[in-house]
Ligand binder design. Structure first.
Ligand code: IMP
Length: 426
């Protein structure tokens, strides 16, 4: 069976965790393929909020296998904390959580290097979550990394020490003031490693291949968003992995010909956390309202998210790069009460009107060109059927569908599993 993908189309925080959780009953396997604990996937059900960082969002369903793929980077300390939370809730993950032997491990010194690198950049900092993501992927591509499979080998601690020593020398090289007690950090790290070792390690590409051959259904769960992709995002203000569809092929070992539906998730407006260009960013009351009503604070760092109008130029680009087949619009409820909504349909790029995302979208080159759309006043959060949605809301959604030429099949009107409305069955 083909592998379906679920990806964020903006700068992350689109609500992927919620939709994966809603979709999980239709799939045998949920697989994360990139990123690491920089992600914060929020799920709300039975009146309780759950935040997952590395563990796939299908973990709360019995009978679903949750796979952490080879493209993911794992911090054993954060992973252990996630497992502890699951233990508190009596979630039986031992039989349903598998880890790829080829996934790379985030060392304590990777986190320190992240901090040193950011501190040395001053105003030009990326706004990283400081979880060690960049340095770990650097060691992966530099062929120095430590993988989950290594910790099954007898000599891995020697390899660990050599790498950690090298990292300490690199931290000194940055010449910034980073205070740390490595022994302390290592106590937690090795405790995390011991916990990790109680889980099932697998050769995940073989597992996926066998599962596909046996007709099992698989959903690949993306992290971050397309505009944070290392190749196609707003470089250098991006994360260090391929967050787009191609990342699912390399991050799980799935052939491009074996990809099925590509579900693209976007918010009815735009948010961004961290530094980098954001053409439709608002600095007025409208942006403040989106942030307040939408509770726009990072699930991993708690930082306030920057807010702005929906950017269709960027969204169209993300749909193209990913080959999106169905769209899911999140947080429509947050826009209730605006008399007029603005949607960016083109850019003014150095005096010329363009419809595509150019190489550089910094404010000195790009300004958004907006189309005004009438807003709606109704509270959507209690609605459960498409027939209840107000006319102006439907007009907004149809406008987007026409502009993007892709159906918006689901709209989400609140954080709870139940606040999910199917508009179209395909
Ligand atoms: P890093 O991946 O932690 O190095 O962060 C690089 C950039 O990606 C920063 O601007 C982060 O704020 C952003 N970022 C990383 N992960 C997420 C996420 O899950 N949601 C939103 N932004 C993210």
């Amino acid at each position: 069976m083909a592998v379906d993908l679920l990806l964020g189309l903006q700068w992350g925080d689109e609500g992927k965790g919620k939709i994966v959780d809603v979709f999980t009953s239709k799939y045998d396997i949920i697989a994360r393929f990139q990123g690491g604990p920089n992600a914060g996937h929020t799920l709300v059900f039975n009146g309780r909020k759950h935040v997952l960082h590395t563990i796939p969002s299908g973990i709360f369903h019995d009978n679903t296998i949750n796979l952490v793929g080879n493209g993911v980077v794992i911090d054993p300390v954060i992973f252990k904390k996630e497992l502890d939370k699951l233990d508190e809730q009596n979630v039986d993950y031992k039989k349903s959580l598998y880890i790829s032997r080829k996934a790379h491990i985030i060392l304590p010194t990777h986190r320190l290097l992240d901090a040193a690198s950011e501190a040395s950049k001053g105003k030009a900092k990326i706004g990283s979550t400081l979880k060690g993501i960049g340095p770990t992927y650097m060691d992966k591509t530099g062929r120095n990394g430590i993988r989950v499979g290594d910790i099954e080998l007898s000599n891995w601690k020697k390899k660990y020490r050599a790498l950690a020593d090298k990292h300490e020398a690199m931290i000194d090289f940055y010449d910034v003031d980073i205070q740390y007690d490595l022994e302390d950090l290592e106590t937690d790290f090795f405790e995390g490693i011991n916990t990790l070792k109680t889980l099932k390690f697998i050769d995940s590409e073989e597992y996926i291949h066998q599962a596909q051959t046996a007709g099992q259904s698989i959903l690949a769960e993306g992290a971050q968003g397309s505009l944070l992709d290392i190749d196609f995002g707003t470089y250098p203000f991006v994360t260090s992995s391929n967050t787009t569809a191609a990342g699912a092929c390399t991050g799980l070992g799935v052939a491009p010909s074996k990809i099925g539906d590509v579900f693209g998730i976007f918010k009815a407006y735009t948010t961004r956390v961290g530094s980098g260009p954001f053409p439709t960013e608002l600095f007025d009351e409208a942006g403040e309202t989106m942030g307040r009503v939408g509770h726009e604070f990072g699930a991993t760092t708690g930082r306030p998210r920057r807010c702005g109008w929906l950017d269709l130029v960027a969204l169209r680009y993300a749909c193209q790069v990913n080959g999106v087949t169905q769209l899911i619009m999140m947080k429509g409820d947050v826009l209730s009460g605006f008399d007029t909504l603005k949607v960016c349909t083109a850019y003014n790029y150095k005096g010329e009107t363009i419809n595509h995302l150019p190489y550089n979208i910094e404010a000195e080159n790009v300004s958004p060109i907006y189309t005004d759309i009438k807003g709606w006043s109704e509270d959507l959060t209690a609605m459960t059927e498409a027939s209840q949605l107000p006319k102006e809301f439907n007009d907004y959604v149809e406008f987007l569908e026409n502009e993007l030429s892709i159906p918006i099949t689901i709209v989400s009107v609140g954080p709870d599993r139940k606040q999910t409305i199917v508009r179209k069955e395909l």
